[in-house]
Design a protein around this ligand. Structure first.
Ligand code: EPS
Length: 397
């Protein structure tokens, strides 16, 4: 695994930090490559304001990347890249005594974290468990995205469903979904879907509740041959699903049309192999979502992700006050009512990191200059070449 990412930082501490180790030298990189993704993660849509349902915190922060290391004269040098994003909200917490938090929220890491680490204040759990940490992931993901773009690989996302309101995207080809989602404040390609989702979120805010939903992350332009079937931890399928499920509140990942496939006979599921007019191997369908045997097929990678509703709710849930042992209702602290449109951006970041890792694994090389011709060779040797089959052999004498 050539690319490694570490994040650090608490939600209301001074900064969130990322260290990305293993990026090759020679990649042009500036904060401007990272800041647009940070703004999208804040839910700052086309109108430049957070979508309804985004935490009020998003109005307070102006997430901006500071490149602290690994870049000289605007290019990566192959050394670890450190990125810092300041928490502007920190000034309100600095030097202030804060009452202990003793009532855990169901669904959050409050209780599990406190039991595991022996905290005497649930704030020690929530500060690091907060989705504020995803700022650091998006910063790292933006750098991985820059690398992938050098090879013509595009990663994007769109929301398909919020709180049971589903957008009909059947008329939208994948590229159009990615383009149109960028113009939608809800990160949804269809204008009708955007409106319906917005209305659903506005209603849930009035109902003092929260909503989850479903988004898809798509990668276009991938070469065949990333990942491997030879060992479980090299299969891209598991690496992608694991990376997506590591995001706060993500509870399900589907690859291609996996759940529909599970209800059908094999002859109606598997993407039949054909040769196109130019003689290249291709498929008419992509129910596998771009992966076979844990390896990219060269078709679009399509990953669906289910997000649970945010666990901080204005209407309280039943809990127990750990200070007294008595039943207690949860308290409310500022949070998102629905973070699904923002979550897609984090999903993209995680997919970019896994794909960049798999690409570097495939290509090797320390600099972009070394990687480029290797990628070109990989493309040439892709599905265009039908393997020459050998003679019968005794495999196990
Ligand atoms: C978030 C920052 C947090 C939360 C939210 C996401 O800021 P604050 O706690 O100051 O409001 O709004 O975190 C959670 C959803 C969570 O469960 O902790 C962010 O930057 O995305």
């Amino acid at each position: 695994m050539p690319l490694r990412t570490l994040t650090a930082g608490e939600s209301h501490g001074p900064v969130v930090l990322t260290i990305l180790e293993g990026m090759p030298a020679g990649l042009p990189l500036a904060p401007e490559d990272i800041n647009p993704d940070l703004a999208r993660r804040q839910g700052l849509g086309p109108a430049g304001k957070p979508h309804p349902g985004a935490s009020p915190r998003m109005k307070l922060e102006h997430d901006t990347a500071e490149l602290l290391s690994g870049v000289m004269a605007g290019q990566t040098i192959g050394a670890p890249i450190a990125v810092q994003v300041r928490n502007l909200d920190h000034t309100k917490w600095q030097g202030r005594a804060v009452a202990p938090m003793t009532i855990p929220r169901p669904g959050h890491a409050d209780l599990t974290g406190a039991l595991k680490y022996g905290y005497d204040d649930l704030r020690q759990s929530l500060e690091r468990a907060s989705a504020r940490e995803t700022t650091a992931r998006v910063a790292a993901g933006a750098i991985a995205r820059k690398l992938l773009a050098e090879f013509g690989i595009r990663v994007g996302s769109y929301v398909t469903e919020i709180g049971g309101v589903e957008a009909d995207l059947s008329a939208f080809p994948l590229t159009e979904r990615l383009d149109a989602a960028l113009r939608s404040e809800m990160n949804c390609p269809s204008p009708e879907g955007t409106e319906a989702m917005r209305a659903r979120v506005e209603a849930i805010i009035r109902a003092r509740d929260t909503l989850g939903g479903v988004f898809e992350v798509v990668a276009l332009g991938l070469p065949p041959g990333l990942g491997s079937h030879v060992h479980y931890d090299r299969r891209l399928t598991g690496r992608l699903a694991g990376a997506l499920l590591s995001i706060h509140a993500m509870k399900g990942v589907e690859i291609g049309s996996a759940f529909a496939n599970a209800r059908l006979p094999g002859t109606q599921v598997h993407d039949e192999i054909i040769r196109d007019d130019a003689g290249s191997l291709t498929r008419r369908t992509n129910r596998a979502g771009g992966l076979e045997g844990g390896i990219t097929t060269g078709q679009p990678l399509v990953l669906r992700v289910a997000m649970k509703p945010i666990s901080t709710t204005l209407n309280p849930l039943a809990s127990v006050d750990l200070a007294t042992g008595a039943p207690a209702a949860t308290d409310y602290e500022r949070s998102d009512f629905c973070a699904v449109p923002r979550a897609g951006v984090v999903g993209e970041a995680m997919v970019c990191l896994v794909l960049a890792d798999a690409l570097l694994e495939k290509l090797g090389g320390d600099s972009l200059v070394e990687l480029k011709p290797r990628f070109a060779a990989l493309r040439r040797a892709s599905l265009d070449d039908v393997p020459q089959l050998g003679q019968p052999r005794v495999w196990w004498p």
